[in-house]
Design a protein around this ligand. Structure first.
Ligand SMILES: *[C@@H]1O[C@H](CO)[C@@H](O)[C@H](O)[C@H]1NC(C)=O
Ligand SMILES: *[C@@H]1O[C@H](CO)[C@@H](O)[C@H](O)[C@H]1NC(C)=O
Ligand SMILES: *[C@@H]1O[C@H](CO)[C@@H](O)[C@H](O)[C@H]1NC(C)=O
Ligand SMILES: *[C@@H]1O[C@H](CO)[C@@H](O)[C@H](O)[C@H]1NC(C)=O
Length: 190
């Protein structure tokens, strides 16, 4: 009986600790945007440091013509011992428009949906037109299905228009992320 109570208390304490202190933070180090002038202009992508553990991305672009059927190619790379980026597990194509209209529920699609809803004005169904922006974008455990191993990652998002043609290059965003243990910020007791 006592053992059970102790076990439950320990378990709760553990859960509590995990909630208070994330084991891993995903700090955005840099971001690059590429666009094809046929589809967009005035692209801007910037990373702003908030503190040792957090940086956010701000992105803007003006579409020259509407995007009607958007495909996203998502590739993740992880730096190896020799400082080279190697493919890391994720290499998928998904149709953003069918995700936004809730026609499919792929795991990475759900992440995209959560991130778009939280940070951007492309939180609606297709087509996309005019000025698109995202503000204060960061990655967090709460957006991810599971934690990534510590290390440096390159996340490559390539966007294609698939209407009426198949895979016409629109642009891309490449993010560099450090999955790291949080740096404890010591408070001076003064
Ligand atoms: C790009 O920015 C310029 C200057 O702000 C603006 O006049 C122009 O309309 C923008 N282009 C598009 C396609 O919105
Ligand atoms: C989409 O984003 C805009 C701008 O941030 C916001 O005003 C609007 O309420 C959002 N719409 C939905 C459906 O979340
Ligand atoms: C991102 O992926 C696209 C399409 O596979 C490729 O053309 C581009 O070179 C990649 N960019 C980087 C920085 O890896
Ligand atoms: C939209 O794109 C998908 C591929 O992601 C394709 O199968 C479909 O035929 C396209 N629809 C239209 C109307 O172009």
């Amino acid at each position: 009986m006592l053992a059970t109570v102790l076990f439950v208390l320990c378990y709760l304490a553990l859960v509590q600790e995990m909630k208070c202190e994330p084991k891993i933070v995903y700090k955005m180090m840099n971001i690059e945007c590429h666009t094809d002038p046929k589809y967009s202009t005035n692209a801007s992508c910037r990373v702003k440091a908030i503190n040792w553990n957090k940086a956010v991305a701000n992105m803007d672009v003006d579409l020259v013509k509407p995007l009607r059927n958007i495909s996203l190619h998502l590739q993740v790379f992880k730096k190896d011992f020799t400082n080279q980026y190697q493919p890391f597990l994720i290499n998928v194509y998904m149709n953003i428009c069918s995700i936004l209209s809730r026609q499919n529920f792929l795991p990475y699609g759900v992440i995209f949906l959560k991130v778009a809803k939280t940070f951007s004005n492309f939180n609606h169904s297709c087509p996309y037109e005019g000025h698109l922006f995202a503000r204060g974008v960061y990655l967090d455990e709460k957006f991810l299905p599971n934690n990534f191993p510590l290390g440096y990652y390159k996340v490559n998002f390539t966007i294609f228009e698939t209407y009426p043609k198949i895979l016409d290059y629109v642009g891309g965003v490449v993010g560099y992320v450090n999955a790291m243990e949080p740096i404890k910020i010591k408070k001076k007791n003064k």
